[in-house]
Design a protein around this ligand. Sequence first.
Ligand code: AMP
Length: 497
Amino acid sequence: MSNGNLYARFERIFEANDARVAIRCADRTSLTFGDLARGAARYANALNALGVEPGDRVTVQVEKSIANVLLYLAVLKVGAVYQPLNIAYTATEVAYFVEDAEPKLVVCDPSRQAEMRTLADRCGIFAVVNLDAEGVGSLATMAAGMDERHETVARTADDIAGLLYTSGTTGRSKGAMITHDNLASNAETLVDLWRMTPGDRLLHALPIFHVHGLFVALNTAFLSAASIVWFGKFDAKAILAAMPEATLLMGVPTFYTRLLAEPGFTKEAVRSMRLFISGSAPLLAETHGEFSARTGHGILERYGMTETGMITSNPYDGARVPGTVGFALPGISVRIRGEQPGVIDVKGPNVFKGYWRMPEKTREDFTTDGWFITGDVGTIDPEGRVTIVGRAKDLIITGGFNVYPKEIEEVLNAMPGVGESAVIGVPHPDFGEGVVAVVTAKSKLVPEADIIAALSGSLAKFKMPKRIFEVAELPRNAMGKVQKAELRRRYANTFNS
Ligand code: AMP
């Protein structure tokens, strides 16, 4: 039987493309696929020397670097479980993830070595090593001295490859157990659908502690033997400068709004590009429109989540409809039980194995007939095209009526003077929840009363925001998602003071 380890698939591709460039960095240094294979083997030997065995968790909280990529590959190679953490998490937050995952090894930034060691001692973890933003650190030093041969550990398709914690805006953050087959099947499907080939050069500016930059971008590039144009972080000018040598960009919506803010972002600048992909947060129809007017490219929007990888995508050929996330990927099914809009369920080889050590929570989030309940509310049209209207927990119930924030946000966004908007429900003494809009101004915002007056023509009375607050910027996380829980906290006393 062939090895179900995802790395075994990468390994075949790395060997077949030994001398070709796999990753090119901004300073023009590059790694070939052969370098990746040898680097992964050295790191794998280092992990083994540190006591990591198949099934062990390896917690990684480091800045984005090539060494971090080698570490990811090595964790797969030794059959261990990769647990990436956002570099922004504080020591208290990290303590929760480490205590919950019980890793054998923690890899952190050198600046955190001492506090991590204290935490490790408390949790009985054997080793703490480090890597900095340049990929320098005790783990890199150790790996440099290791043999460049290492036999990839056999895994079954159902063994866990990654443990990724959900952002956990309500309650405790949960660890999603993601198997080798979840990753392999999803990446293979995407390579096919998005027509990725060895001729592609992918602009990679996403963080790699999250499913988008880690599993969608890296895994598809490795499986298609595409080469990666590497950035430590997103910088519109740097991306623009590298664009003439690239064919493909995977980004969050803010990448696209920032690129549009660059006067040099023109048809000429995108002449070698074949595809722009967006996901992780909703892409405004307005951005989609501006982008195609400027570049002639329709951004391909897709939808997914940590627990499921990618679920839907707009088509490669055929209409990429703004404001929709396209069709279920081949082999994956989506449905809405009952009325539309309603909560989207998903089934397929992409769906994770369950929440780490939370059997109750896992049971709650699956239907009795085995579908995963995404918690996203949307519609599915007769052709199967999916539109997301928001998270179920963001649904507002005011005076007994359901209000979907997206509908109001779209009306607000179309108003002159309004940049972006986020609509939330906060406690209201009469209505249960009262509708509040938080907006940014394009230049100068029209007064609150005038916006409310203008909205009254297009929205039913119960949907009307009772208050409108202007902010300089909407709070967003690293993936560009608006933090509605944070906004609800901020405006909680609007009607109760
Ligand atoms: P995460 O697990 O951090 O990747 O977040 C997944 C959530 O992001 C999904 O459940 C959706 O609510 C949201 N999301 C991802 N892609 C899109 C998209 N294209 N449009 C709207 N929401 C999206």
